[in-house]
Each structure stands twice: as C-alpha cells, then as structure tokens.
Design a protein around this ligand. Structure first.
Ligand code: 15L
Length: 299
C-alpha cells in the first residue's frame, strides 16, 4: 500500500477502490504469478477485488483474490478473463529478451488479445506495463521524458513499443483509457548500478498503479515507473502531473551497491540506459551476446 510512512499524496481527494454504484472495483492482473504481479498483489490487497490471471497456476489466492487461468496468446482465454472487470493491469508476457517466436506469441499477439478482449467486453481502462527497454538505446548521459521517440534496445523493447502504440490506437479509435507505465526495475531494493537509476519500489509501483486506475479523465498517457532516484535518467513530469509522489529513492542503497559491483568492461552496456539488453548477439543465437564498440547514435 502506498505511503506507509507519509500519507498518500492523493489522500483526501476521495479516490478509493469503489466503482459506480458503490461496488469494490474488480481489477484484472495478467501475468499475476510473476515478480511484479506478486509485489502488486501484496500492495493492493484489500483495496480492490483482484482477479489474477496467468498461464502458471497461483496456488494460494488470498481473501479478495480469485485466480483464473489464462494464456494471453489465446483470444478466447482473454475474452473469458476480462469479462466484467473495471480495469486491467496488463503485466503478462515474456519479461525479458527472448527468441522472436516467444516475443511474438506472448508480447505481440498476447498484447493484442488483451486490448481486443477489453474492447469487446467494454472494459474501460487498461494499464499497460511497458518498460524502460522501449527507450533503452538512449544514452545514460541523456535525460528523457514521455515524449521522446522510442528507441527499443531489444525484441522485447520493441514489443513494448508495439504495446504502447496499440494503446494509442485503441484510445483514439475506440475510446479505451490507456495508461502506459515504462517500468524500470521492481525490487525491494536496487540490485546494481544501472538499477540505481531506474529502481521502482513495490509501494511506489502500487501508487502509480492506483493513479492509473483511479485518475479521472485518462485518455492515453505514458509515464515512467521509477522511484524518486537521484541518479534518474527520466524527466517524469507527466507522472508527477497526474499526482505521482514516489516515497522511495535508490540513493541510500548506492554505496553498498557500488561497492559490490565489478566494472563490466562492456562499453555498449555501460553507454546505454538499457544495459546488456543493448548488446547484439553473435550469429543467429539470441542467447550468445558480445559487446561491440559502436559510436553512439542519436536521432
Ligand atoms: C524489464 O523490463 C524486465 O521485465 C525486468 O525483468 C528487468 O530486466 C528490467 O526491465 C530491467 O531493466 O532491469
């Protein structure tokens, strides 16, 4: 839950988990069995009725949660799991770089199915978990906002750009309310130097998600899902405009993180925000990567 120490910046504005007619809103989380989904379930517990969907089984849904198995790559499944919900938090899909066939199935087809099922079932709002990897080929000495041209660093990043643009289409054409969160890295603490710049604490994630669910008048927005990190690469003024006031920051962890980190000697990973996602693989095998010296390109 947000603002455990300090009060929610939205407290007092009457935002809660209640929908029209006084029912507790039902929120579908796709990919609910993953890391981000697990943090979110814990943080949102009690605020909403949570419908948890995943291709993997969730064995112990708690009170206020219901598990419904669903494969994002099957439109029929998505039509079933999206029925009657107030909003969808779409986390499902492949959560890192992978072979094209996996990205295509889970992230391109999967994302289309979720948006299309939402449209057919009249779900008004989707929060899409896009990623810092949609803009991973910006350099670390650049500060970027939500209006920059996407520069995906991987097939995975490209699939996130696809999802954002799908959201734009569904917003303009069908009036779906779409909130795209370019998530950094969700973890209880930042795990390395790169993550000091893009860490997102679980409670800040929950705050951002709650804004995405509750803020009135969302049409189509892109925000960065990052905590209040001093070493940030992002101008997150669009999230701030919508009320985001992250409670955590990575700096208190910095000394310990930097002390245990060995220098990577990888000029590509060190130059770009996306880190190792920016490396090109050798030959045809996406599992084999090597750092290549290349002049930084700018658009
Ligand atoms: C992401 O988008 C991934 O889903 C996550 O697994 C991390 O790799 C994260 O980015 C990151 O950049 O640290």
């Amino acid at each position: 839950m947000w603002g455990r120490e300090s009060p929610s910046p939205l407290a007092g504005e009457g935002w809660g988990g209640w929908g029209e007619g006084g029912h507790l809103k039902t929120i579908l989380i796709t990919g609910a069995a993953g890391d981000v989904g697990s943090h979110l379930r814990r943080e949102l517990a009690g605020r909403y009725a949570l419908r948890l969907s995943d291709i993997r089984r969730i064995t112990k849904p708690t009170q206020g949660e219901a598990y419904v198995r669903g494969d994002v790559a099957r439109l029929g499944d998505m039509l079933r799991v999206t029925k009657g919900v107030d909003a969808i938090v779409h986390l499902g899909g492949h959560s890192g770089e992978g072979p094209w066939k996996d990205i295509l199935r889970a992230n391109i087809v999967g994302c289309y199915n979720v948006f299309e099922a939402a449209r057919r079932n009249g779900v008004p709002r989707i929060l899409f978990a896009t990623s810092n990897h949609a803009t991973g080929f910006y350099q670390r000495d650049e500060r970027i906002d939500h209006r920059v041209y996407p520069k995906p660093d991987s097939r995975y990043g490209l699939s996130k750009v696809f999802g954002e643009q799908l959201g734009s289409l569904y917003s303009d054409r069908y009036g779906l309310q779409v909130f795209c969160m370019r998530i950094g890295n969700v973890n209880p603490a930042p795990v390395d130097k790169r993550r000091l710049s893009l860490w997102l604490s679980p409670r800040d994630l929950a705050q951002l998600v709650q804004i995405g669910i509750e803020h009135p008048g969302i049409r189509f927005e892109i925000v960065y899902g990052v905590s209040n990190n001093q070493r940030t690469w992002y101008d997150n003024s669009n999230a701030e405009r919508l009320g985001f006031r992250p409670q955590d920051g990575s700096e208190p962890f910095a000394a310990a993180v930097l002390a245990r980190e060995k220098s990577s000697n990888d000029p590509i990973a060190e130059t770009y925000q996306g880190g190792t996602f920016c490396r090109a693989e050798v030959g045809g095998d996406p599992a084999r990567s090597y750092p290549r010296r290349r002049k930084a390109s700018r658009r």
